[in-house]
Design a binder for this molecule. Structure first.
Ligand code: 16G
Length: 261
């Protein structure tokens, strides 16, 4: 166990913040210890039995508090080695002037990415998908929804819709949608992206392993082929604490050489 947490858990008297059920008091006590820096990312928690003895609560209470903190992304559990304070999320920058894919963005930083599939299949399109993708009556829409992670850290949830004549078999998309589109000659060349601040709802927060209500970014990307046809409409939710979108700005039509005095 790292020294700070060892000292904290062995030396500090336990004064649980009052109010609510015992497991929530214990949860808040651990959160306060993390927020005040008394225990740090990477520090190990004592075993369930030791913590129950120290705090003088039942092991069931400890288990409940720890489980919630794991679900909130505050603690991580590693099989066989114990429970640790979660590492701070690494921030990632995405340029707003390059039409890149998630996989390419991460590869450029040497970060390994993976996806957990939430859904993929062909559906009857919503009116919004019909309009944006320019679908005709009777057309189907291919939907793929993924949780995008680097290592164990979830960064974003992406829900993409494409016309079924572009993506007839959503199950064939491997690690990268853009790689798949590239292979079939349908890689987008232009996109419009709209970014909005949002507070994460419970379901999305659970997937992204952050507390419900945390700051997030809602992003809609509509991508086009060179022909002007819309190829992809993707709604993404990015964790606010992990992603920076960076735009390069250049002087526009203003007179050069400091002409304006
Ligand atoms: C990016 C795009 C998303 C696209 C995905 C393809 C944003 C906000 N979204 O994440 O629209 O579908 O890349 O990535 O940047 P992939 O090729 O790794 O599947």
């Amino acid at each position: 166990m790292a020294e700070t947490s060892e000292t904290f858990f062995s030396d500090s008297p336990v004064v649980l913040p009052p109010g609510g059920p015992l497991y929530l008091q214990l949860k808040r006590w651990i959160e306060d210890a993390i927020n005040s820096g008394a225990i740090n990312p990477g520090d190990a928690l004592p075993s369930e039995r030791d913590l129950a003895l120290k705090v003088d609560v039942s092991r069931v209470t400890v288990r409940k508090a720890v489980l919630q903190l794991v679900q909130d992304g505050v603690l991580v559990q590693r099989h066989g080695s114990g429970t640790f304070v979660a590492p701070p999320a690494q921030r990632v920058e995405q340029s707003l002037s390059q039409l890149t894919s998630f996989t390419e963005d991460m590869a450029r930083r040497g970060m390994a990415v993976r996806a957990e599939w939430l859904d993929r299949g062909l559906y009857f399109p919503s009116p919004e998908e019909t309009i944006i993708l320019g679908l005709s009556a009777g057309d189907r829409v291919a939907r793929i929804s993924r949780l995008r992670l680097t290592g164990e850290t979830p960064l974003a949830i992406e829900r993409a819709s494409l016309s079924s004549d572009i993506l007839a078999e959503p199950a064939l998309v491997g690690d990268s949608l853009y790689k798949y589109l590239d292979r079939s000659g349908n890689r987008p060349v232009r996109a419009i992206q709209r970014i909005r601040a949002a507070n994460l709802g419970e379901d999305d927060a659970r997937l992204l392993q952050v507390p419900a209500g945390s700051a997030g970014l809602n992003i809609e990307r509509t991508s086009y082929l060179a022909s002007g046809r819309v190829i992809e409409f993707t709604r993404s939710i990015y964790r606010g604490d992990t992603y920076d979108f960076v735009a390069e700005l250049r002087l526009g039509d203003a007179p050069a050489n400091g002409a304006a005095k």
